[in-house]
Design a protein around this ligand. Sequence first.
Ligand code: AHR
Length: 502
Amino acid sequence: MLKSRVIADRDFVIAPLDRRVFGSFVEHLGRCVYGGIYEPGHPTADANGFRGDVLALTRELGVSIVRYPGGNFVSGYDWEDGVGPKEERPVRLDLAWGSTETNQFGTNEFMDWCKAADVEPMFAVNLGTRGPAEAQNFLEYCNHPGGTYYADLRKSHGYEKPHDIKFWCLGNEMDGPWQTCAKTAQEYGRIATETAKVMRWTSDGLVLSACGSSHRDMPTYGAWEYDVLDHCFEHVDFISLHQYFENHEDDITLFLTVIDKLDRFITEVTAIADSVAAKRRSDKRIMLSVDEWNVWYRARSGEQLRGAGWPEAPKLLEEIYNFEDALIVGGALLTMMNHADRVQAACIAQLVNVIGPIMTETGGPAWRQTIFHPFAQAARFGRGNVLRAKVETGSFAAGTIEDAPLLVSTVVHNPETGTATVFALNRSTDQEMQLDVELRGMGARALVQAEELHHTDLKAINSKDAPETVAPIAHPAAELRNDCLSATLKPLSWNVFVTKAA
Ligand code: AHR
């Protein structure tokens, strides 16, 4: 049996974990909005048309912040189309997804939904077909108290109080040729700077995020981050990272190394941001927002990617997740948590139906995909300080990664509640692992939660008819003795342990 040892001390803190790391994403894309969060007439829908079953699952998922309205969609979106009386809203072509957008759901509906779901909104402005002026008008509509054209327009739409939206993304994937009105780093750096300026002049206390590369393999990756930040460093708080994980080779060992590649991606972007700071002799630190991440490679071509004949809310990007995808999602979460000092926001993309942890049938039930579970556990139990633990474990090599640790783990300690949580992913494909975790200075006296996510079939999925095929169970082999947690981890398993001080 493999042996791994983790030593964690309550005083060796990386950083308090920002709740915004447990974010998600709702785009006007396929059935994410229409048939996902919004379906008037659905048996569980409330007076606003919000699906009650999806709201309940969103709360259970533990999502903290939700990005909206895109995505590629936002780069051609006129926000004015989605406010005011619904019968007067225009129907438009959505060039990003080859679909017809009815605009029956827009900014105010999303804000109402956020309240119902108890999540913070993260809005993106259109820096594709539009620019600073429209972003400023939109922000005035959302956040200004009253007495101006756009603030009073909001009031006339029934929203007396400002929405007070804090977190804003300056465009989306502006480096991508697929983006409506993509830009060079110089063009984007300039427009992001000028947009940030007018937005900050309009509303206090904003958190602004600039677009990083669309993924780590973009030809302009690295240079893009540097050039963009060289323009807007003084004006933004975050830079975004997007990464979708793929398993085209159907090789689990190789697939598991996407976790290590994400780790390198985060380290690299941090270094680039800090080199821009160094050039300025600045103490300011740009934070990282991994505001699109997930497994996505199956539903990525043809009619799964673009509607044919401009349909309304077609089935797009409806990725069906299996057990191995849940391991990847868990491992990615641990990687982001272990960079808690710099990754201070992240959005699993997306929330429902479109590459989502929640699936629905239009007019029918909603259920949890496999990837729902590690996310919900991390959001529920990952509270407090992430600790810089010493990890002793074996390693494996695959693809370009030569030293992938077999154990991926995170220890989170909450000094207020006395809770310590250990997340552990055994990446061995064939061997059990004896795990010993020393929890120093945490007074751990009781093991209050121990769960295992495992399935003998890596391709096992959850479906409408069998929604619990992949789900956590009580851990069969874990104990706590004298500040030491011991457990046997099955090969390819995701495990969560929560201890409590006396
Ligand atoms: O999440 C799906 C799409 O992936 C988003 O619209 C875009 O930003 C990314 O390319």
